[in-house]
Design a protein around this ligand. Sequence first.
Ligand code: UT7
Length: 337
Amino acid sequence: MNFRSEITGVGSFVPEKIFTNFDLEKLLDTTDEWIQQRTGIEQRHWADANTSNSDLGLIAAQRAIKNAGLMNKDIDMIIYATLSPDHDFPGNGCFLQAKLGITEIACLDIRQQCTGFIYALSIADKFILSGSHKNILIVGSEIHSKGLDKSPNGRNISVLFGDGAGAVVVSRKELLDSKKDSRILTTQLFADGAFAKELWIPAPGTALGADRLNRQMLEEGLNFPQMNGKSVFVHATKKMTECLLSSCKEANIELSQIDLFLFHQANLRINSKVAEMLMIPEEKVFNTIQKYGNTTAATIPLGMDDAIKAGVLKKGMLVASAAFGSGFTWASAVFRY
Ligand code: UT7
């Protein structure tokens, strides 16, 4: 039998507490005007002290499994994408598995940052098409707020990030009509480690001398993200454009046939630039950065769920997705929802 991978369920969750740009003005020597003009962000959700990354992931996962018409026991693999896990190890897939009450399935954590969801989708697709797995749960979840420098020193980065989770279930179905069936058509994954330190968190780490973490590292703020914003911006625009085109080519789809573009949400100006370069009509790009900020691995499934709820993404539509982030990593996917 020929198989196809179909996204059968989507779910998301964001913490209740909203931090507007005006709230950040009180902490970070910034202004609502600067943040909106440079990034498009108006607000973001930040979790409270007692909420963990896997708590957010759990709710998103439960919603995705329910929307797929499945029970927790039907899931036979979890792929968890995050850069802000509950603990250094084990990975969040295991913590989530326990919370879902599922035993003896494979749990895989991946760390491709803003590109994590598309990497996870690609891995799930391959496992499904091989015939070894039937229902794979992908979760992208982040709690950035607990790891940001909330002093004026961190203003160039801390205004950008928000907390949230998104999840999808990818299921094995019989391929009946390759032109009409809902399925993942293609995924393309890339990285260039020469740029690893353009967007990174140095500590804790084993490359820093005798300690993974010590007082001096904390005093130097090495536990906070560090970014060359301009370099990220330039590369993101170029690479997202390139990989969107190459994915469409591989899927034998014209860009104009795509019904909806679900891009990673790092900066509204990046997405506008990509759309402009490819002559994509603005109404075909679904942006959520205004209300969530950059939620890294959660961004695309969270946006997908919002698009479904808004009636913008409907079954049978052709979707193209692209992301760029730390690593540098970048990736794209074309699927019929
Ligand atoms: O998924 C990957 C995640 N990251 C990205 O994709 C980031 C990509 N890069 C960007 O989005 C943009 O580079 C930023 C939004 C981060 C920055 O925008 P920019 O237009 O490149 O600004 P800049 O870094 O050149 O800074 C311009 C000015 C500077 O002041 P001076 O030197 O001109 O006096 C900064 O100190 O803005 C200042 N600045 C701020 N001012 C108010 C930097 N951050 C802030 C802030 N509020 N939060």
